[in-house]
Ligand binder design. Sequence first.
Ligand SMILES: Cc1ncc(COP(=O)(O)O)c(C=O)c1O
Length: 464
Amino acid sequence: MHLHNEFAPDSVEARDLRTLLHPSTNLKQHQEHGPVVHEQAKGVYLWDNQGKQYLEGMAGLWCTALGYGNEELAAVAEAQMRKMSYSQLFAGRTNEPSVALAERLIDMAPMDTGRVFFGLSGSDANDTQIKLLWYYNNAIGRPEKKKIISRKRGYHGITVASGSLTGIPTFHKEFDLPLPGVMHVTCPHFFSEGLPGESEAQFVDRLLAELEQLILQEGADTIAGFIAEPIQGAGGVLVPPQDYLPRVAQLLAQHDIVFIDDEVICGFGRTGQPFGAQTFGVKPTTMSLAKALSSAYLPISAVLLPEYMHDAFVDRSDELGNFGHGFTYSGHPVCAAVALRNLEIMEELDLFSHANRVGQVLQQRLRAFADHPLVGEVRGEGLIAAVELVRHKQPRTPFDLTDGVGAYCAAACQEAGVILRNLGDSVAFCPPLVISEEQIDELVSKFAVGLDATLAWAKTSRLI
Ligand SMILES: Cc1ncc(COP(=O)(O)O)c(C=O)c1O
C-alpha cells in the first residue's frame, strides 16, 4: 500500500484522487492509501501498473465469466459498431441482435418465458421488475397488491428501488432507504442464523413460518412479489438449505405472489448448472439477468417475464396510448450482439459442464481448509464459494467486524497474487468460468498464503 503523497502529480493514482467518486469504497481510506491501478488483463489474469500479476479470483465483480481479452467478442463488437453502432427499441423499432438474444434467453431460461426486456445493469433489471409488477397489478385491477418481500443480506442493486430490495445496511444508511413497501425476512444461512440447538430442518421450518406469518399479517392481496438470489452473493455467498427455495416457491404460489429470481450472479453456469434456480430445483415466475450475460464485455441486463404479464401490458398500454418504460440503451445492438456471441461461445466450450466439473474441484480444495484455526465455515456451489473466518470454532465466535480480519485476509491474498473479496469476515471466490484445474490449484495455494499471513497477524495482534 502507498501513502498518497508518494504519487507523482501526473500519475493515474494522483489524478484518480483528484477526480473520482468511487463506488462502494471507504472514501477516507481511499484518500489515504490511493488506488490500485489495473492496466491489462487476459484470460484469468490481470496486471497492475507496477507489472504485478494477479489471478482474478472474483471475475471482476462476479461478472467476467469468459475471462478477459476474448478476441472473438472484440471482433463482434467492432463489426456491429461498423454496421450499426446504435438503434432503439422505442416506438416499435427493433434490431436483429436484440431479437436473436431474446430468442436464445427464452429457450434457455427455466421458467415460462414469454418476453424479454433489456436494460444495462442488474440494478435497472430489478427496478424494472418492481415497475412491471406494479403496472401489471394496476392493469388487472389489483391496485393494492404492491409490496415486495426481500431478504436480509440480499443484494439486488443500488438504485432507489433496487437498493431498497437490497438487505445490507451499508447500502441503506444515509440514503434514506429502504422505501416503504419493501420488507426483509431472515436470510437462509444456517451457519449464521441458526439458533443454538436448532437443526437445519427446524431452521427451514422457522424461516417458512416467518414468511407465512408476514404474508398473513400484511395480507397476500397487498404483496406483489418476493425476490431472491439462489445463492446470496454480496451478502456473503450464503447457500440456502436445499429444500428452502422449493418450499418458499410453493408458499408464494399458494398466495399468488410472484417469485422474482435474481440470477444476476448465479445465472449462466456459476453454480454448476445453467441457472441457480436449477441448482435448487425451483421454477421462478420472472428472472433478472446481467453480468455473465455478456461476461461484462459490455453492459447489458435482461428481465424475463411470462406471457400473461405481457398480455396485460398490451391492453393497458393501448388504453393509455403508450407503455411508458424503457431506456435509451434498451436493446443496444452492440451489447446484444456481444451478449449473444458470449452465450454461443459458452455453448461451444460446454462451459456450464466445465464450471460444474472444476467447481467440484474448487469446492473440495476449499473444504480442506475447514480444519484451519481461523475457518468457521466453507460453503459454495460450482464456481462460487466463501470461507468464513471466526475467532473460535467451538463455540463459534465471530471476530468483531471492526477487527477487520476479512479485509486483512483479502489484502494478504492480493499481496500473494490472487484477487479475492472479503464480505465482512467471509472471503469470497468467484473466478472466471474458464478457469482450469491447474489455475484452481494456483488460486487455492495463494489463498493459503494469505490465510496463514492472516493467522500470524491475528495472533500478534492478540485477536485470537
Ligand atoms: C444478485 C445481484 N443483483 C443485482 C445486482 C446489481 O447489478 P449492477 O451492479 O449491475 O447494477 C448485483 C450486483 O452485484 C447482484 O449481485
